[in-house]
Design a protein around this ligand. Structure first.
Ligand code: UFG
Length: 348
């Protein structure tokens, strides 16, 4: 029997063992699109990668490794997720962020040019906007990042634009708003042991796996005093990546797109939704504002629908929260089972 996937070009997904990368690998596999991933497994999990996708375990900073993978797997396009993503950490370890995000992206783009690859889908962030003056934030709003994380991603955006002008490289830059939830089929989810993101932290607090949720700031100039964010389900985000890849493979031009629903929810609303979904009270305390938190981040979300024909399927907040909670419960069970068997906490 002929192996069709061996004959077709593959998309190289960097960071495919991570939270968003693994959801995208599942979406690609569901769509029958062959992929290969590079991941150093520093924060990702091997078991998050679909069985059909080869994993090359290694360092994104190695030009030799990238050259070899691109050649050996007949790569025709790249989706670039690998990088560091924790905003407060970027403030205390800025050079790590410029190395892992900016410098490694430079190495990757160099490898793309050597391999003749002209299609890149890039994971950027709403952090490039800094603290915007008004919401919703359109793609043409000023980019004034207020932390090294946002700056490190914005520099890569600039490299992509310049490489586009000079070398014909085409890119879809996706600026993520607040990504949350988990694969509805339970195949992958957010497994970072030390979580900082609201919905995951709130689920862990509800399950008694960490101290009560601290609600950072109740005196913002918002209707209920807490910060407002545009929470987007990770599976809808994964679908947007598949559409972006297909757009580039059809010969489409470079795009810069926000990824959000154009609808905000406050911290209190998120907590209330989790309580409704679970039927339990979320242990929570009120705390001071967290430095660097803009009061409101809501995407101007028209362009992605117009340009890619993206139609979200999971845009209800209760569905996002329910999927995050059910993933968190499944992690709890697998940790419990591993403990009962006297094994490690890893899931396989
Ligand atoms: N929050 C709490 N308690 C917590 C965690 C968060 O009250 O324990 C609040 C935050 O103060 C904020 C909201 O919940 O108001 C969302 O915070 P997250 O940490 O979940 O997400 P951020 O909005 O800080 O960060 C997100 C992305 C980043 C991106 C940034 C853009 O996760 O990658 O938006 O500003 F850079």
């Amino acid at each position: 029997m002929t192996d069709q996937t061996a004959a077709s070009p593959r998309v190289l997904v960097t960071g495919g063992a991570g939270y968003i990368g693994s959801h995208v690998l599942h979406a690609l596999t569901d769509a029958g699109i062959p992929a290969v991933t590079i991941d150093n497994l520093s924060t990702g999990r091997r078991e998050a990668i679909p069985a059909a996708v080869p994993l090359v375990e290694g360092d994104m900073g190695s030009a030799e490794l990238l050259d070899w993978v691109m050649r050996d797997h007949r790569v025709d396009a790249v989706m670039h997720f690998a990088g560091s993503i924790v905003v407060p950490e970027s403030v205390v370890k800025p050079l790590d962020y410029y190395r892992n995000n900016t410098a490694n992206s430079l190495t990757l783009l160099g490898a793309c040019l050597r391999a003749g690859i002209d299609k890149v889908v890039f994971s950027s962030t709403a952090a490039v906007y800094g603290a915007p003056e008004s919401v919703p934030i359109r793609e043409d709003a000023p980019t004034v990042p207020i932390n090294p994380y946002g700056a490190s991603k914005l520099m890569t955006e600039q490299m992509l634009r310049d490489a586009g002008a000079a070398h014909g490289l085409r890119s879809v830059i996706l600026r993520y708003f607040n990504v949350a939830g988990a694969d509805p089929a339970g195949r992958t989810g957010q497994a970072t042991p030390v979580a900082t993101h609201l919905i995951k932290v709130a689920c862990q607090a509800l399950l008694g796996r960490r101290p009560p949720l601290a609600i950072f700031g109740t005196d913002y100039d918002t209707p209920d005093g807490t910060c407002i964010r545009d929470y987007i389900h990770v599976s809808d985000l994964a679908d947007a990546h598949v559409l972006a890849l297909l757009h580039l493979r059809r010969g489409g031009e470079s795009l810069l797109l926000n990824c959000g629903y154009g609808r905000g929810a406050s911290v209190r609303e998120v907590v209330r939704t989790l309580e409704e979904v679970s039927g339990e009270q979320v242990p929570a305390t009120f705390a001071d504002r967290r430095p660097g938190d803009p009061p409101q981040l809501v995407a101007g979300a028209d362009r992605i629908r117009e340009q890619l024909g993206w139609v979200p399927k999971h845009d209800r907040l209760d569905g996002i929260v329910r999927s995050a909670l059910s993933w968190e419960r499944s992690l709890e069970q697998s940790v419990g089972q591993a403990g009962a068997l006297g094994g490690s906490a890893s899931r396989s």
